[in-house]
Design a protein around this ligand. Structure first.
Ligand code: PLP
Length: 418
């Protein structure tokens, strides 16, 4: 029974180097976070050995008495946290959760109306070559070019004209809160089901810092690994009316055996998400994003053609518009990488540059908030980003400043990975 270092030094090396990379650099990919050690422990546990097709108390395999406890705890914690009538914690990821939602709410060929991918929607909300775009008839709403916001009158007009079976509200790149009550009204008016994908902002909802979609939506899907900061996976919340359909859409509709080690880790993350410390972290996440949005709208960045979509943020991320900048999205991403900050380039609406290059950046604060960053550290990191994007300081100087921030807020100190 060898340790991974003995059995497979190649992969042990990856684990070591990846830990060092996470410790050394500043992680600002908006969809990433750092899970607590307890989540790593649950996810790296013997629960990975267990087959448990079915649901607690109704399994198709023997020996499920312990994993049943984990799944029941995860379900109860999610219900309590979000006030949901019914919860399914089995989706392996956000994308499989969304596939199950569509499976439950519609038949192939039915019309799905979601936010356009080019305007901040997710692949699973109707991208052409995604399952959603291939199996369903897609109509997309967009953001208003003048404001960068979703205009609910335009959404209503499109829904009335197109009569979709399902309306999805949710995003991967948007910086304002959605009007769930207005979406509900529109869905009722056209007889559509309302599905909210809160993958990005679920942690803010859990902390009470963002309106909850749960009272308005028929079904809410989420990931657990973005603002919630749990294991990479998905979850579906719904009203009692949809419970049976959702459960059978997940299993046996979409998946086989659930990942019980991940479900146990979800339970741990959902316990953390009910804590005071978690609410404080989400507040710092929002504060950091606002500090960054403000800094990137100062005179020097404006002069360099750097703009902020929607003029600010109410959530955990900032969308940088580089249409008028000399730097394109790829170059800006590379520049920040050089100074020790990890972000992803992101197309802006009506982007003139090709999709692999783009004219935007998506910069998020959840992982750094988890690392302990507050106003002072976010002010410093915002300054470094502004200087990097405007060429206001050399790379060596900026790298030293990010290294100092990383050193001041150590990550996974003394972690034994194996
Ligand atoms: N839904 C939204 C809104 C997302 O942003 C994402 C992830 O980027 C997903 C779903 C998919 O999650 P996963 O990557 O776990 O499949």
């Amino acid at each position: 029974d060898q340790s991974i270092a003995e059995l497979d030094p190649d992969i042990a090396g990856v684990l070591d180097r990846e830990l060092a990379r996470q410790q050394r650099t500043l992680e600002m990919i908006a969809s990433e976070n750092f899970v607590p050690r307890a989540v790593l422990q649950a996810q790296g546990s013997v629960l990975t050995n267990k087959y448990a097709e079915g649901y607690p108390g109704r399994r198709y395999y023997g020996g499920c008495e312990e994993v049943d406890v984990a799944e029941e705890i995860a379900i109860q914690r999610a219900k309590d946290l979000f006030g949901a009538e019914h919860v399914n914690v089995q989706p392996h990821s956000g994308a499989t959760a969304n596939a199950a939602v569509m499976h439950a709410l519609a038949r192939h060929g039915d019309k799905l109306m979601g936010l356009s991918l080019a305007h901040g929607g997710h692949l699973t909300h109707g991208m052409k070559i995604n399952f959603s775009g291939r199996l369903y008839d897609i109509v997309a709403y967009e953001t208003d070019p003048a404001t960068g916001l979703i205009d609910m009158d335009a959404v209503r007009e499109l829904a009335v004209a197109e009569q979709p079976k399902v309306i999805v509200a949710g995003w991967s790149a948007y910086t304002r809160q959605l009007d769930f009550a207005a979406f509900r009204e529109i869905a009722d008016e056209v007889g559509a089901a309302l599905w909210v994908d809160m993958a990005h902002f679920a942690g803010l909802v859990a902390a009470g810092l963002h309106p909850s979609p749960v009272p308005y939506a028929d079904v809410v899907s989420t990931t657990i690994h973005k603002t919630i900061g749990g294991p990479r996976s998905g979850m579906i919340l719904c009203t009692e009316k949809w419970a049976k359909k959702i459960d059978s859409a997940v299993f046996p509709g979409q998946q086989g055996g659930p990942l019980m080690h991940v479900i146990a880790a979800k339970a741990v993350a959902l316990k953390v998400a009910a804590s005071e410390e978690f609410a404080d972290r989400q507040a710092r996440t929002l504060e950091g994003a606002k500090i960054l949005a403000d800094r990137l709208q100062a005179e020097d960045t404006a002069a360099a053609g750097v703009k902020v979509l929607s003029g600010g943020t109410d959530v955990h991320l900032v969308l940088v518009d580089l249409v008028d900048s000399e730097l394109d999205g790829q170059q800006a991403e590379d520049r920040l990488h050089e100074v020790g900050i990890t972000v992803n380039r992101n197309a802006v609406p009506n982007d003139p540059r090709p999709p692999r290059v783009t004219s935007g950046l998506r910069i998020g604060t959840p992982a750094l908030a988890t690392r302990g960053f507050g106003a002072a550290e976010f002010t410093e990191v915002a300054e470094v980003i502004a200087l990097a994007l405007t060429g206001g300081a050399d790379v060596e100087t900026l790298r030293a400043r990010t290294s100092a921030l990383a050193a001041a807020k150590p990550l996974y100190a003394d972690l034994q990975q194996y």
